[in-house]
Design a binder for this molecule. Structure first.
Ligand code: GDP
Length: 456
């Protein structure tokens, strides 16, 4: 599947910046760049060792286009595993496009979306889960998501599945040797030993499946509603929880200033407070927003933080809120515990399983609140070094592998021949190979890289 075309793309974000990088990858990348780049020292790029750089100019039609630093990588020691030149020019839309165009005119083809990473995969630099992690690193919005993606890129999931795969491959090899060469002195394969191996592998696959939701929460964030009367301390709590790790995404600049999403990173969890502008205005009291709207928002979210004021008596608004949230994943936050207590806390505790007492002012109880949020999000045991399923494709492969192993166990229980067991065992192995991309159809590979943008 090795691709001999030389391709190029702007690999930095489109816009104005200090530098912009045009990446050129393929057999002829150094030769092509030598035809448009002249170094100050006069040394051609083909004379440079790998991982070295030269300062010079890119020329177009005999004229200087820009001052550029060219970095050379020799195959296989590059991101793609091919010869690569990275031209770092000044970061402007015009300059980067012009340098790109010059490289194309000199013989390179424009790269497709994700083509550099796809080449890295096809050249064996990355397995498919590691390649998918690249896109997750780029799109990570929190420290936890970035850490999980980096560990995946370093092979956390690959290592985990490799262990399971090896165990199944060894069992399959042993099984077929025992069945096919009865005259040889091969250790007997028993039904019990097969079942034990299958069950152990299913247990490990199950553990991985359980990481999926956690991975999604870490990646995508948890849809959160923060509810409570005005002045209970909702904003103060969010500011406190986020430290500086808070981002506000506004609608397209210039058209409207509506906040469409606000994210707050709390421990390992990203809380996504959508449509905050609307919520602030209308959701302060259950009365104003209308019970139905409040209900549907609360039904569809992953977490409700219902804030109560310890310094005030429980009133009808509080009681209505408690009624609406009773079946939702809720944390009742009793705030302002530094004040003299006037709140009927027992009324709340009798209705909401998780109640946390804090003072956003003195910061007492905040750690407790963070750990309860992590618990509700399922991220209290977040350990990405053990491998995490990062997307639906990976989850399906593992689900299918587990299903095949269950069929193998069923076949044994029904007293079917070892040949029948071998077929389902091979199916399970096949599914794991599909996960890592060791045996995967071109359609699946194309689909994976379809999600990338050009230049990655
Ligand atoms: P919101 O309307 O629910 O967002 O409430 P704010 O966060 O704006 O807080 C309302 C007022 O309560 C502000 O004056 C805060 O400084 C104050 N406040 C918030 N948390 C505490 C707390 O734990 N103790 C005390 N004493 N005051 C607090």
């Amino acid at each position: 599947m090795k691709n001999n075309n030389t391709v190029c793309a702007i690999s930095t974000a489109q816009g104005e910046g200090g530098i912009g990088v045009i990446r050129v990858s393929g057999e002829k990348s150094i030769e092509i760049c030598d035809s448009i780049f002249k170094s100050i020292s006069g040394k051609p790029l083909s004379n440079l060792k790998g991982y070295t750089a030269a300062l010079g100019y890119v020329y177009k039609n005999g004229e200087k286009l820009d001052e550029v630093i060219a970095t050379v990588f020799h195959e296989p020691h590059s991101y793609t595993g091919e010869n690569v030149v990275e031209l770092s020019c000044h970061g402007g839309l015009f300059i980067t496009s012009e340098v790109l165009r010059t490289v194309i005119e000199a013989g390179a083809k424009p790269a497709e979306a994700g083509e550099f990473t796809k080449r890295a995969f096809l050249n064996g630099k990355l397995d498919l889960t590691e390649a998918e992690a690249v896109i997750d690193i780029i799109s990570a919005k929190s420290k936890a998501a970035a850490r999980a993606a980096l560990l995946a890129k370093e092979g956390a999931l690959w290592r985990k599945t490799e262990k399971i795969k090896n165990s199944l491959v060894n069992t399959a090899a042993h099984l077929s040797a025992w069945v096919d060469y009865p005259e040889e002195d091969i250790e007997e394969v028993t039904e019990e030993s097969l079942k034990t191996t299958f069950k152990e592998c299913m247990f490990e696959l199950d553990k991985l499946l359980k990481t999926y939701d956690m991975g999604q929460t870490v990646k995508e964030g948890l849809d959160t509603v923060i509810a409570g009367k005005p002045n209970t301390g909702k904003s103060t709590i969010m500011n406190l929880l986020s430290g500086h790790d808070r981002s506000i995404v506004t609608d397209i600049p210039g058209t409207t200033r509506d906040i469409i999403e606000e994210t707050v990173n709390v421990g390992n969890v990203t809380l996504r407070l959508s449509d905050t502008a609307g919520m602030r205005e209308t959701e302060d009291t259950v009365e104003k927003i209308g019970v139905d709207i409040a209900k549907s928002r609360i039904e569809n979210c992953g977490l409700v933080m219902a804030v109560f004021d310890s310094g005030r008596e429980l009133d009808e608004d509080d009681k209505k809120l408690l009624e609406i949230i009773k079946d939702a994943p809720t944390i009742a936050v009793i705030n302002k515990t530094d004040l003299e207590n006037k709140l009927n806390e027992k009324y709340i505790e009798d209705r909401i399983e998780t109640t946390v007492r804090i003072s956003a002012k003195t910061e007492e109880g905040v750690e407790n609140l963070v750990s309860e949020i992590e618990k509700i999000a399922g991220c209290d045991n977040f350990n990405p070094s053990e491998g995490i399923l990062a997307n639906e494709r990976q989850r399906n492969a593992i689900l299918n592998a587990k299903k095949s192993l269950q069929e193998a166990i069923d076949a044994l229980n029904l007293g079917m021949t070892f040949d029948a067991v071998t077929v389902t065992l091979e199916d399970a192995i096949e599914n794991i190979l599909e996960l890592t991309g060791e045996r995967v159809s071109e359609v699946v590979v194309d689909n994976v890289f379809h999600n990338f943008c050009v230049g990655k």
